[in-house]
Design a protein around this ligand. Sequence first.
Ligand code: THU
Length: 131
Amino acid sequence: MINYKKLIQKAQNALKFSYSPYSNFKVGACVLTKSNNTYVGANIENASFGATICAERVAIDNAITSGDKDIVCIAIVSKSGDYTFPCGICRQVMAEFSSDMKVVVAKNQEDYKIYKLEELLPHSFLQKDIK
Ligand code: THU
């Protein structure tokens, strides 16, 4: 049983590390792996806007570079007070590491929605498609 509240809380804690001087839109994320470890991320913006990286990819990259690739779930929060859904690039990165990942979009620890990645990114392009 996944402790969604705990993941959301960790994602909320990561908001303070958001580097977002251009948009002032702070996003936090927390990844849970099969080995029951968690990895957080926050968005990191850049004066060259295209170099910005979303919170979700920072959290996923943290897990991957810790040698922990079996991602079970990712929780996402923002300062907007609304549900913040992952962008298309982040959905594609999620699909690389698990097509049955759960994606939790949370307003707060009490108000959240749980999706299967498959619902958010059907028919994704995967490693098996490169022949
Ligand atoms: N952003 C994320 O970090 N994750 C999302 O799911 C949506 C967008 C960031 C990127 C940029 O720093 C800011 O939010 C505005 O787009």
